[in-house]
Structure formats: C-alpha cells, structure tokens
Write a new protein. Structure first.
Length: 110
C-alpha cells in the first residue's frame, strides 16, 4: 500500500478558494501562500489582480492542518510590522501561531 504525505504545498498568485478541500494542500507540513495586500483600501486591487487580501486568510486557511504557514508575495510597499499586526487582528489564534513571512527572520506571533 502506498502512503503519500505531502510535505510542502505552494499556492502562487491565487484568488480566494476552499483549498482545504485539496488533501495535498490541507495536509501538507508547510504551506506557502501568497497574501499580497494588507491595507483596508486594497481589497479591490487584490480581487482585480487575483491576489489574496489579509481579510481572505481566515476563510482560506480554515480547515488547513499545515503546521507551518508561510506568507509570500507581500508588496514591497507593505510594512511588515503593520502586516504582522493585521494578521494578529484578522486570524484566529490557532492559525496565527503557525504563520510566518517568507522574507522575515521573525515569526509572526513574536
């Protein structure tokens, strides 16, 4: 019997969807997921470019079992300190504790 254990799932530029329906995403050890926009006034820009906005993450990450969730593709205009605050405000604690930014040496929960 063959057993497959997904180690890494990568969601590039993407729109909001129920990725927890995909076992190779839901059950991966690590999930790399883009979240390009964090500012409240950038929701429409996120939709237009088929990107995720921070307010999409609670729904998108619900049901995802990944022990590590790595945020990628943050715009260079985004201040990471402010992005961390937005994540803490937006995500449930159980999800927030598993999140980090790809380009940051600091864990989001710190």
């Amino acid at each position: 019997r063959r057993v497959e254990l997904p180690l890494v799932a990568y969601l590039g530029d993407t729109a909001k969807a129920n990725y927890s329906d995909l076992p190779y995403v839901r059950d991966a050890t690590a999930l790399l997921i883009e979240c390009t926009f964090f500012d409240d006034d950038h929701v429409r820009r996120a939709r237009a470019g088929r990107h995720l906005h921070v307010t999409d993450l609670p729904e998108v990450l619900e049901g995802v079992n990944c022990s590590q969730i790595i945020i990628t593709h943050v715009t260079r205009r985004t201040n990471l300190t402010e992005a961390r605050k937005a994540l803490k405000k937006t995500l449930p604690k159980a999800i927030h504790q598993r999140v980090t930014f790809l380009m940051s040496m600091k864990h989001v929960a710190d």
